[in-house]
Design a protein around this ligand. Sequence first.
Ligand code: TTP
Ligand code: MG
Length: 427
Amino acid sequence: MTTLPAHSAPQRRENPHINYGRRIIICVDMDAFFASVEQKANPRLRGKPIAVVGSGNRTVITTSSYEARAWGVKTGMNPYEARQICPRIIFVPGNNARYTHTCTEMSRIFRRYTPDVEIYSVDEAFLDITDSHHLFGGPMAIGWKIKEEVREAFGINCTVGIGPNILTAKLASDMGKPDGLNWLRPENLRGVLEDLDVDELWGIGRKTAGKLRELGIRTCGELGRTPRSLLRSKFGIQGETLADMGLGVCRRSVRTEEEEDAVKSVGNSMTLPRDIWDRRDFEAHLLRLSEKVGRRARRHSLMGKRVTLTLRYSDFETFTKQATLSGYTNDTHVIYQSVLRILDSIRLKARVRLLGVSISSLIEDPGQVPLMEEERKRRFVLEAMDSVNDRFGEGKLSWASYSAYRTQGDVISPAWRPSGVKNVQLR
Ligand code: TTP
Ligand code: MG
């Protein structure tokens, strides 16, 4: 066993400067979920200490109302123990169909604010609002609205946590329980983590916390200052993740349902600020969409061989056409040239109100350097653009031919889906 004296290495090293990136993630977690749903369904249970249990006689408490928690009732207790500490407790048999139905309905509320929603568990969801929060008055405004809408629709409370990644959003939500709204901003993270016990972090269970304690690490601050090499030697690959966690860093992004099912296409569609007819207008918007698609594909290390263009006319009729390329690509310009060729092969019948571009027939990008000099140069340019945009925000570096449109602002199409235009609702 590797043992550090309790106050050695972790305290002496300073944390490096941490770049938390620009993402803004919301975690929504229902308060005493099963119990709240039961209290809503049966008004006689409201305001009372209740616990939701299974049907067998060896059942345990799955959750309890905050009124019961005030007496010390906890998940995992058997009903007998709970009755000992809270004599007036009411046991309610669980009703799974009710909970899953509520969960499904709830996701509709979340999707009003961003398409990037991950339903993580029956009562917990993550929303990536990085690119949409400005449309709703900012992260806190979205948090308030979600709380209000959940209360209105289901009569239950939830807690909303906001942070730069899912780990810290979850922490913010745990800290805000119950009925809270809490934003852990990057500049406050170090202070919050400094004295926080490691097992307060999502993903660090009792066993891992025990092993960390053997190394003299009790708090996240100490974990963040521990040399990675030490954590790696003790925990293997998980050591890297633990080192990140101590700093409040988490590399896992919000995974939408579409991304969870093996990704079939990468696409983007947008309702245009005004209906268009001129080719120059098409070029500008298609370049922008091609860039978004290429960028997302590159971010996920994917390449596609089929390109699809979707048009929706002003009368809402929707039309798609595909082309198959000679090789796999995630290069903005190859995608763009291909959609332009598709456009040229179409006789437009009216002005167009929505455009979509997607690539499909995907493979994982093998990361090969292109043989052709010109392609190689473009790949370097794209890599440079991606890293500038990653660091300083989407669209900071863009193609000149799009710049005339940049002042018009982002319009998010209600039909926009992370997996691409295959999900655009066709009439
Ligand atoms: P949690 O979100 O962990 O708990 P909660 O919603 O009841 O309370 P909190 O306000 O602290 O979020 O779990 C969600 C639901 O999942 C919970 O209502 C019951 C169920 N559950 C189990 O069935 N077994 C378990 O071990 C846990 C922890 C939860
Ligand atoms: Mg909950």
